[in-house]
Structures are given as structure tokens and as C-alpha cells.
Design a protein around this ligand. Structure first.
Ligand SMILES: [Zn+2]
Ligand SMILES: [Zn+2]
Length: 322
């Protein structure tokens, strides 16, 4: 599965970073999910190979505009582009009301159904190759993280055991792999005895805005990748005060370290952080602060950065999107 960042700025876009959106792409086929949809997300998509026709569901973390103002435009364009398959939008209270009202007042008639699903009690919703849960966070408005857990791990044959038990290679092996019990020389061979699961289900958590990363402690079990906001560094967070409801690099990195998360990808950076280290607060300040307390694999997301999570649960950067 892959992550493709479509927007990594908080609050306002910059010349190099749009507001928040992230695509989660399936291993096979062209299906994908969108997590948050800041204004201009549809323009960002035009720079990628993703199509809104293959979009399986949209997950909105909270009602703030930098996470959802791109929805009406994206869906209007999907309609004009000929999409007719229904679409799930998982979101907290307020998004459906706002979107429906926009539809009424701008006479937006879509050629496909939108099925809104409330984030609040979401547990085990199956979308594509994932089971999705929502976890409540702490922000100025109700905000959620979504965890995506691989729904099906393809089993492998325990070939050593098969050979040891004298089961000849061939059609019998194929049937066992498909989950069928078979008979061989008067013996019933149960498929469960000959199948192994070669890797643990992969799990990714994508957080919304949040000033208490520890709320993700339980959900982090078995998780390989946490995508979380680090809007500020600690010094700037102290200046802006706790009321903004955001995390700073050290806070989220220390949490990731405390629960042993193998991969941490930071995003949603304040526009004050420059890529050029010479010009005041920079992205390097965020990186250094996070790296001072987190010893797993750390990445700072950029627009169009793309990462692949392989079956062994290792995340790697796979260059900028096409
Ligand atoms: Zn935000
Ligand atoms: Zn927010």
C-alpha cells in the first residue's frame, strides 16, 4: 500500500505546500482513499495519476476548512467527469450538513450517491483492502484519527510440512492454498494445518489535528506507520499557547518513541517554517526536534511525496509522484 501526500501545510497554503490531503492507495488495482480534502485538493490530484473515478471513500478528520473546503469542488468535478458509482464520506458531525447545504444553495446535482457515515462510533468499516476505525482526538472541535488495517493477509503454504507429511506437490497444494480440505491416501488434510500467514496485517494511522498524541496509545498497537501533525516546534507552541489544539514536533515524536512506532511521518506544518535553513524557523528545526527524542524512522512529508509500506511493514520513500 502507498501513501501519497497531496497537501502538507496547516491553515493556509504556501507556494510549495497545499492544505491537508492524503491519498492511501491499494496494493492492487487503482482503488484509493482520500483522507482530508483541503481547498485545491482536486488541483493537486491533477499532478498525479490518481482518478476520482477510482476513489473508494473520503475520510474527513474534522470540520476546519483546511481539511474539508476542497470537497464540493472535487465532487462537482467528479460528477462532470462521469463518475456514477456511489461514494462514502466518513466525517464528524457538521460535514454532511455543510455539504448538503452547499449542494442546495449552489444547485450542485451529482450523478452519484453520497453516503455519509458518522466518524464518532466507527469500528471496523471495510473499505477496499482495509478495515477502518476512528479514534477521537483532542482539538478545538471534535477531531479524529483513522486507522487502516489490512483486512486480508494472503496465506502461504507450509511447504516443509507438506513434504514432511508426504503430500506431493501439484493440484492438492493448490486446493489447500485456496482454503479447501482435501483427501490424500485415505487421510483428510485440513487446509488450516498447512497454511501460514507470512506477515502481520499492515496498519497505518492518519491523525487529524490533535494536541494529545497519547490518545493514540491503544490504537498504536500493531501499527507500523503514524502520520501525525507537527504544526510547530516546542518554542513556537509555547508562544502561541495551548488553546490552538496542535502538536509540536517533540510532543508527537516522544509519543511515537514511547509506544515503539517504527515509522513516524510528520505533516501539517505551520507556514512559518521555511525549507531554507537560513531564513528563520525552518523545517530542519522540526526535524531536529523530533529526531532528538524519536529513534525510529522519521520523515517530514512534502506535497507529492510518496511512500510504500511493504508486506514486511517497512516504509520507504518512492520518489515524487508522476
Ligand atoms: Zn488543520
Ligand atoms: Zn483544525
Amino acid at each position: 500500500m502507498e501513501l501519497l501526500f497531496l497537501g502538507t501545510s496547516s491553515g493556509t497554503p504556501t507556494k510549495t505546500r497545499n492544505v491537508t490531503a492524503l491519498a492511501l492507495i491499494e496494493d492492487q488495482g487503482s482503488g484509493w482513499c482520500l483522507i482530508d480534502c483541503g481547498e485545491g485538493t482536486q488541483h493537486q490530484l491533477l499532478q498525479t495519476s490518481l482518478s476520482v473515478r477510482d476513489l473508494q471513500a473520503i475520510f474527513i478528520t474534522h470540520v476546519h476548512g483546511d481539511h474539508c473546503y476542497g470537497l464540493p469542488g472535487l465532487l462537482a468535478s467528479a460528477g462532470m467527469g462521469g463518475r456514477n458509482a456511489s461514494l462514502k464520506i466518513v466525517a464528524p458531525e457538521g460535514i454532511e450538513e455543510w455539504f448538503r447545504s452547499t449542494q442546495v444553495h449552489t444547485q450542485l446535482h451529482l450523478p452519484f450517491e453520497i453516503e455519509f457515515v458518522r466518524a464518532e462510533p466507527l469500528r471496523g468499516l471495510q473499505v477496499g483492502q482495509w478495515f477502518v476505525d476512528a479514534i477521537e482526538l483532542s482539538h478545538r472541535v471534535p477531531s479524529f484519527a483513522y486507522s487502516f488495517t489490512e483486512a486480508h493477509v494472503e496465506p502461504a503454504l507450509d511447504t516443509e510440512k507438506l513434504l514432511r507429511d508426504g503430500v506431493p506437490q501439484g493440484p492438492l497444494w493448490g486446493r489447500l492454498k485456496k482454503g479447501q480440505d482435501v483427501e490424500h491416501q485415505g487421510r483428510l488434510l485440513r487446509h488450516a494445518d498447512y497454511l501460514t500467514h507470512p506477515y502481520a496485517p499492515r496498519k497505518i494511522i492518519v491523525g487529524g489535528d490533535n494536541d494529545r498524541p497519547a490518545l493514540l496509545t491503544e490504537a498504536s498497537k500493531g501499527c507500523q506507520v503514524l502520520v501525525h501533525e507537527a504544526t510547530y516546534t516546542a518554542d513556537v507552541a509555547a508562544k502561541v499557547g495551548p488553546g490552538v489544539g496542535h502538536s509540536y514536533a517533540e510532543l508527537v515524536a516522544a509519543f511515537a518513541q514511547s509506544v515503539g512506532l517504527p515509522h513516524l511521518v510528520l505533516t501539517h506544518f505551520s507556514a512559518r517554517y521555511q525549507s531554507n535553513v537560513e531564513q528563520g524557523p525552518s523545517m530542519e528545526d522540526i526535524r531536529l526536534e523530533a529526531a532528538s527524542v524519536y529513534h525510529g524512522k522519521l520523515a517530514l512529508a512534502e506535497d507529492f511525496a510518496r511512500y510504500r509500506l511493504n508486506r514486511a511493514g517497512e516504509l520507504s520513500s518512492i520518489a515524487i509522484a508522476d
